[in-house]
Design a protein around this ligand. Structure first.
Ligand SMILES: Nc1ncnc2c1ncn2[C@@H]1O[C@H](COP(=O)(O)OP(=O)(O)OP(=O)(O)O)[C@@H](O)[C@H]1O
Length: 681
């Protein structure tokens, strides 16, 4: 085997060059290499010596070790083509330091880089002893890391320079190896072809990406414009072409002032100040233009939003949400009732709505929890987003998880092809209403807690984390605190849900609202020609309504269906026992108030009217109406009353909202409702 000696300055260069030579001609020629770092051999005799750099020729150590009969070749070196693709990614015009041991090598390398066509960047030679007055932040180096100054922020290592083919041919010539010449040059060329393939691939990828980006820009509904600091157009998408009636091809590369004839808009676009929005009208189009600088004011980007189109898109989205049923149907105005407790609840709901915290609504069945959730969404900043209501008591435990979080294709047997988007994802940007939250399993509670904490979900069978921006309103008629004690509800979830809290009043505690609700439900049914007798209203006001507004609504619907001659009479009231005798679930403590009404008969009803009349006549005489005076008056009635009996009947009248018992000299007074009821009779 033919052998030669390679002498290099540093060891790294020796290793890289020896590897290169081994790869290309290792089966014909062997080389032993030495560097000044490790020390050169004592004397080399009658051998071919290859020096990695021409400056080494004058080095005393090198001179000393080259003995008689040696042939010396100074290697021609070229840039390591395997790494130069990194340079292609630097933007055109970038100033970069080229670092090497001395000015000569820097100059040579920069020239060969330029010859290779990598001439889109400005190379500034940098070698020991030179001052870099510009404090350039990007440096290129063939592996010379020890000289990088502090201010350099990005270093591109293009690796040690390789041996040029001309030197390889010289080595082959020395050994009279003409035959393998072709094979070796082919190997050398193959390496270069690999590089050009790599570059071609990179450039293909860049072209594809560029094409893709242009498609994205053209697909956007807004007009997008980018101009450089001299006012030349760089990006002009199709939508902008449509807005200005100019084809993007014609616009790109031209001065913006040659394309848009709107001096005020041009001034706004070229304004170098920070980002700004402004409304403009051009070509009978109204647009909001948003302008912002890019790359440290090297270019300006502006987006043009067609106002009319945006409103139409928004309307369309809303229509779609309505079609899907993802719209909150009720507003606070739809919540009927004038009682002070309902008014206060509505006022609180309004205040809670404007925050973005979770809300827990607690109330008996039928008190209007869903109604309030919907109204809260509609007066919250999320009103334009979707509103999704999930009733946990209506979905089976097996389905609930996949409904809420969705699943990926093939997540389980029976899963729909293509997977399914869960309700949380569909509620993105809006509100999700979790009704009957007390009915969910502990497993689901844990999953829900994670969603509330992390604000992200993972579909069943999926691995991707999907961020969701959803406000949660939960509702229950259960006593969650009791469930926590019993280990049936997670305390941490309870606190997450109950950041804000709304308690809905029971209907039996706001009897004043019943007449309003009755009228509302009759109106809602469309049967406005049907009248309801005042005694029916009074009777309905006397019930306990443990099923609350829903139960009242059902009763009205029933009476509207069975009544005759367009009038609702007492005998149209559905089986009264159902409203009066039922005891509410042990979760909520029933109020003692309605109990005394249980035994009321039509006679008693008449008696109550007499009492109202008595109160009115006493006050009309200018006296203070009280129990004692009313008891005295009752002595002339068919059924005289004791003071105790009067007190019990006053309790009922107060519950119905007809009278107000005041302490002191004011005595017991008729309320407006009481007066109205008397007048109607
Ligand atoms: N103040 C109100 N004004 C008008 N309608 C009401 C009012 N409160 C409740 N309703 C009506 O009563 C019915 C029950 O209301 P909703 O479904 O909101 O109650 P809920 O508390 O969510 O009941 P549940 O706990 O049983 O789900 C609905 O038809 C609703 O429109």
């Amino acid at each position: 085997m033919k052998e030669f000696v390679l002498l290099t300055g540093c060891q790294e260069t020796g290793n890289v060059l020896a590897n290169q030579l081994e790869e290309i001609m290792g089966d014909y020629v062997a080389c032993s290499h030495f560097s000044s770092e490790e020390g050169y051999p004592t004397t080399i005799m009658n051998q071919l010596v290859v020096l990695s750099h021409k400056l080494m020729e004058d080095e005393p150590d090198v001179k000393r070790c080259i003995g008689d009969g040696c042939k010396v070749i100074i290697a021609e070196r070229i840039i390591n083509y395997e790494h130069i693709d990194k340079l292609l990614f630097l933007p055109a015009g970038t100033n970069v330091l080229y670092m090497n041991d001395d000015y000569e090598t820097c100059k040579e390398s920069i020239e060969s880089l330029k010859k290779l066509g990598i001439d889109h960047i400005n190379y500034i030679p940098f070698y020991p002893g030179i001052q870099n007055s510009h404090k350039i932040e990007i440096a290129i180096t063939p592996g010379k890391f020890m000289m990088i100054p502090d201010y350099v922020k990005e270093v591109v290592n293009i690796g040690t320079r390789l041996m040029d083919i001309s030197t390889i041919i010289q080595i082959l010539d020395y050994f009279h190896l003409n035959e393998p010449g072709n094979v070796i040059s082919q190997r050398y060329m193959r390496k270069i072809i690999q590089l050009s393939q790599k570059l071609a691939n990179t450039s293909q990828k860049a072209n594809d990406l560029n094409k893709h980006l242009n498609e994205v820009l053209d697909g956007v509904n807004d007009g997008i414009l980018t101009i450089n600091k001299d006012g030349y157009v760089i990006v002009f998408n199709e939508e902008l072409g449509y807005l200005f009636n100019v084809s993007p091809k014609r616009a790109i590369g031209r001065k913006i002032s040659d394309i848009i004839e709107h001096p005020e808009l041009i001034t706004f676009l070229l304004d170098p100040s920070p980002e700004e929005d402004r409304w403009f009208t051009f070509n009978q189009i109204e647009a909001v233009v948003h302008r912002f600088p890019l790359n440290g004011h090297q270019s300006i980007v502006a987006t043009f939003k067609n106002v009319r189109k945006t409103i139409e898109i928004e309307k369309k989205l809303r229509r779609e949400l309505v079609m899907k049923g993802y719209v909150a149907k009720y507003t606070l105005g739809d919540i009927i009732g004038e009682s002070s407790i309902l008014r206060e609840t509505k006022a609180t709901a309004k205040k809670l709505a404007i925050t973005d915290f979770s809300i827990l609504i607690q109330g008996e069945s039928g008190t209007g929890k869903e109604l309030f959730a919907s109204a809260i969404h509609n007066c919250s900043p999320r009103e334009k987003g979707p509103f999704l209501a999930v009733n946990f008591s209506a979905i089976s435990e097996d389905l609930v998880e996949s409904e809420l979080f969705g699943y990926e294709d093939g997540a389980f047997t029976g899963a729909k092809k293509g997977g399914k988007v869960g309700l949380f994802e569909q509620a993105n940007g809006g509100t999700i209403f979790l009704d009957e939250i007390g009915d969910i399993s502990l497993k689901l509670q844990a999953r829900l807690l994670r969603v509330l904490q992390e604000k992200e979900i993972m579909r069943i069978g999926g691995s991707k984390i999907i961020p969701v921006d959803v406000r949660v309103i939960a509702a229950t008629n259960k006593n969650l605190l009791k469930m926590i004690e019993q280990g049936k509800f997670r305390e941490d979830l309870y606190h997450r849900l109950k950041v804000l809290f709304l308690r809905l009043p029971e209907l039996r505690n706001r009897i004043d609202d019943i007449p309003h609700l009755i009228q509302h439900f009759i109106r809602q049914s469309g049967k406005i020609n049907i009248k309801i007798m005042p005694e029916v209203v009074r009777r309905l006001c006397s019930f306990s309504w443990y099923g609350n507004v829903r139960e009242l609504k059902n009763a009205i619907d029933y009476m509207l269906s069975v009544c005759e001659e367009n009038t609702i009479q007492l005998n149209d009231i559905p089986s009264e026992n159902s409203f009066q005798l039922r005891v509410y679930s042990p979760e909520t403590v029933p109020q003692p108030m309605a109990i005394s009404e249980k035994s009321l008969t039509p006679d008693d009803e008449e008696e109550l009217i007499l009492l109202l009349k008595a109160l009115l006549s006493i006050s009309e005489k200018g006296e203070t109406p009280n129990r004692k005076k009313v008891t005295e008056m009752s002595q002339t009635w068919k059924k005289p009353l004791t003071e105790h009996q009067v007190r019990r009947r006053f309790d009922i009248l107060e519950l119905r909202g007809y009278i107000a018992k005041c302490r002191g000299r004011s005595g017991t007074k008729l309320t407006q409702l009481g007066l109205d009821t008397l007048m109607k009779i």
